[in-house]
Design a protein around this ligand. Sequence first.
Ligand code: SIN
Ligand code: FE2
Length: 200
Amino acid sequence: MEFQGTRVLPGYLDKSRQMALVETVRDVARHAPLNRFMTPYGKQMSVRMTAAGRVGWVADQTGYRYSAFQPSGVPWPPIPQDILSIWTDITDLARAPDCCLINFYDENARMGLHQDKDEGNFDWPVVSISLGDDALFRVGTNDRRGPTRSVWLKSGDVVVLEGPSRLAYHGIDRLKPRSSTLLREGGRLNLTLRVVEDPI
Ligand code: SIN
Ligand code: FE2
């Protein structure tokens, strides 16, 4: 599917690569446990998050930002090689991503429509990998009030936001619980790879 430049690559990862990636993510989470961040408005986010890479995403009363440190004060673990190679295969870029954000959705989690715009340079693409339960992804244009299109993302699908779609509004409206058996306890993992460039 393609909508205003957003590319969806259905079934990009086969089952065995998906299973291996889940183990990789479990290993990252042993060094960087999932966090349940508060929004600046004092509400708890439904999606739990952690990261790998030079920087990860943190949120507290002062706002959202990339940080070189986990909330515990420890640096994030490096981005594992099998995740890096997905980035390289898809983008063909020599530059590695700075951040692999790891989102975990339980069956009630959702992510409101937003732009990924906290990076220093929007020329780099965003690569987003889905694992586990199906999720209803909504993507629009660079205008919050513009038209949107919805697509069910399945385990192994990859979405690329690049060029004209790099700043497209997007979000996850809901999950289809128990639609995948990849994660023993159900739910969905989303891995988002980004070049962040000099923020901190
Ligand atoms: C995000 O936009 O941060 C996550 C998108 C997704 O879960 O597919
Ligand atoms: Fe996003």
